[in-house]
Design a protein around this ligand. Structure first.
Ligand code: GCU
Length: 661
């Protein structure tokens, strides 16, 4: 008996029996380890959904489900085709990976209650790399983890548990094909993961992921030659350092099968990197890239590099500019097995930020989009916040880079500039909690990330409907109600927290709850600069110049207060409280109204949820009910604190005369 649930692979018994007929037997002439995983999944699903013990048959003619290799030119290495012909399901693919993905898609469609009769579906993933980044620490804690401790580590040890197999199944079922399993901040003993101390366990974990087509990455400490072997430096151009990494990589790749490579956070928030030696990021990344090259390895190098020792009095330095300033001059200088991983926005996973200008800017460099499923700044899995609509906005953003296919989705899929090594990565939101994600409704974000990374065109609605059917209920009224809550949730969260793209009004360090000046005089470079007349940062060419990092079409939009999208107004401009928005309201009145509204919306969501009491599994109902109580308190606090802050600054009363403290 395990103490965790199966999330969207619950395969709850299904009343509607129309798909039962396919589950009499399964045929395949393949025998690889991914096929074994596919057959196992079919067994599990058929037992749970229909109480059928399905058999594997050698008689192709009698099978209800057939998994067959088909080198059709339309199917890439991971694509598949699912068709129903004469009461039989054919899953065809160019290789085992596609057969496994096709199997999961078929099973998930059945489990969601879809009628499969007459189906003819062909799919190839749009992004070559679809990756999760665990921020798990070796002591068992998780940086920005909101769902309990790590199931990869405990007290300095790597744990190999059955739960990891279930995790691999969950991830594979939505198309994830890569995972980094330790925090990007490699410290407190995690430096030693790439040593004899941990190879055995890591090899076992990599083996588990390998059975589900997921390659494993490790985060490394750029200063490892010093930390692990006492070399005097970690200069990427130093001969001894270069040789050290070559030898180390030979060891790692021979001891751990199925290694994809390394994810590296360097020269960022105190992590070591090439800057200490007067070298640049291309020097650092390429040195590692050459060391992993003989093993087909990849270096994923993060672009989250900025000055985190800023003085708030310094108005010229702008953290938003830093990623572009650091990496644009290096475009074209990275080896072909390096990928730059770029956060969706230039600051840090706020509920509203513009899209990072490196997208479209970098034209000769492999790149990946990084989003955060972990809800660090979006409610910490206490408040509900469905993030797929936000990621879709990022993916749909037209960069204006001068190519016909110029959206972020085009760029990271490799369509725009012809890259092969590219895709999407996300910081995971999972931990040891029974439901994996703390807040049950946060499951939609993990599921949704996988679906979206596979196919950015699927709508946020479609994803949410699928997920609810699989994890909570197939009842259409229930689905409508929960979908409605989820689809509104990000907008609601935005209404009661920091207004119009200003960001960072959170409590320092742990980032939950309102604190308007929490970061205002700190070194982190995230200032809103509110005074008694105005709020916001002028990032136009008259200010920090950030708007000019975009191609003209977007720069023109952002640099002018009149044309700037209002939800980003305070990100790009310093605006007086009396400024009239397009709605006719003044800025200050908008702030008051949206905060009162956000709080009221949460209470409405809470009432809607409470109506589901007899309609969904009790344990899910109760857990989410408890979260809504906390979200209601949180939104009330945000509403009061933010409104009072701006009222006391501006001394402009609320036109509606509501109570502001
Ligand atoms: C944020 C977050 C850190 C994290 C960092 C990163 O700043 O608060 O915990 O390490 O992002 O992405 O590296």
């Amino acid at each position: 008996m395990c103490n965790w649930e199966q999330a969207w692979l619950a395969y709850e018994p299904i009343e509607n029996q129309r798909n039962r007929k396919f589950f009499k037997s399964v045929y395949t002439d393949q025998n690889g380890e991914l096929i074994i995983s596919a057959l196992r999944e079919i067994e599990t699903a058929s037992e749970k959904l229909f109480s059928i013990q399905i058999i594997r048959t050698d008689d192709r003619e009698k099978a209800g489900i057939l998994l067959e290799i088909d080198p059709s030119p339309d199917l890439g290495t991971e694509g598949y085709e699912i068709t129903e012909e004469n009461d039989r399901i054919y899953i065809r693919a160019a290789g085992e990976n596609g057969l496994l993905y096709g199997t999961f898609r078929f099973l998930l469609m059945v489990s969601a209650g879809k009628d499969i009769t007459g189906i003819s579906l062909q799919e190839n993933p749009q992004n070559p790399i679809r990756m999760l980044n665990q921020w798990d620490n070796i002591d068992g804690s998780i940086e920005r983890g909101y769902a309990g401790n790590s199931f990869f580590y405990e007290n300095g040890k790597v744990c190999v548990t059955k739960r990891i197999t279930d995790y691999a199944r969950l991830l594979c079922s939505v198309g994830i094909n890569a995972i980094s399993i330790n925090n990007v901040n490699v410290r407190d003993g995690a430096e030693w993961l790439i040593t004899e101390k941990h190879y055995n366990e890591l090899a076992q974990i990599a083996g588990i992921f390998g059975k589900y087509g997921i390659s494993m990455y490790l985060c490394i400490d750029f200063a490892a030659p010093m930390t692990l072997d006492g070399l005097p430096c970690a200069d990427p151009l130093n001969e001894d350092v270069r040789k050290w990494w070559e030898k180390k990589c030979g060891e790692i790749f021979s001891r751990i099968p199925n290694m994809g490579g390394f994810l590296v956070k360097a020269d960022s928030e105190g992590r070591p990197g090439p800057f200490a030696y007067g070298r640049n990021h291309a020097d650092g990344a390429n040195m590692l890239a050459r060391a992993v090259k003989p093993y087909g390895g990849t270096i994923i190098w993060r672009c989250f590099v900025y000055n985190c020792q800023q003085d708030w009095r310094d108005r010229r330095t702008d953290r938003a500019c830093a990623g572009y300033d650091n990496f644009m001059p290096l475009d074209g200088k990275f080896d072909d097995n390096v990928i730059l991983q770029i956060k969706n926005g230039p600051i840090d996973f706020q509920v509203r930020e513009p899209v990072h200008p490196l997208f479209g800017g970098l034209q000769h460099t492999n790149q990946m989009l990084e989003v955060q499923i972990a809800q660090e700044y979006t409610g910490q899995q206490i408040d509900v916040c469905y993030l797929v609509p936000m990621w879709k906005e990022v993916l749909d953003f037209s960069t204006g880079c001068g190519k016909p296919q110029d959206t972020v989705a085009d760029i990271v899929s490799g369509r725009t500039f012809g890259q092969q090594k590219c895709g999407m990565a996300a910081v995971a939101n999972t931990g040891r909690d029974a439901n994996w994600t703390g807040h049950d409704l946060a499951g939609a974000n993990l599921y949704g990330f996988g679906r979206l990374a596979w196919n950015p065109q699927i709508s946020a609605e479609e994803i949410v409907q699928e997920w609810i059917s699989l994890q909570i209920s197939r009842d259409s009224d229930v689905k409508m109600m929960i979908a409605d809550i989820l689809l509104r949730s990000r907008e609601v969260y935005e209404k009661y927290t920091a207004p119009l793209g200003i960001g960072f009004m959170v409590n320092p360090a742990y980032h939950y709850g309102p604190n308007p000046e929490g970061y205002e005089y700190s070194k982190w470079g995230t200032y809103h600069r509110a005074d008694h007349l105005a709020v916001g940062v002028d990032r136009s060419e008259k200010g920090t110049g950030y708007s000019e990092q975009y191609f003209e079409k977007n720069a023109a939009l952002y640099r002018d207060t009149e044309s700037c999208p209002e939800n980003l107004l305070l990100f790009f401009h310093r605006v007086p409280y009396t400024h009239r928005l397009r709605s006719g309201k003044t800025l200050i009145q908008h702030i008051y109204d949206s905060h009162f509204e956000g709080y009221a919306d949460v209470q409405k969501m809470q009432r809607d949820w409470n109506c589901l009491e007899d309609k969904i599994p009790q344990h899910i109902f109760q857990r989410v009910k408890e979260r809504f109580v906390r979200q209601a308190e949180n939104s009330r606090e945000w509403c009061d604190v933010i409104n009072s802050f701006f009222y006391r600054k501006s001394m402009i009363p609320d036109e509606m005369g509501r109570e502001i403290f």
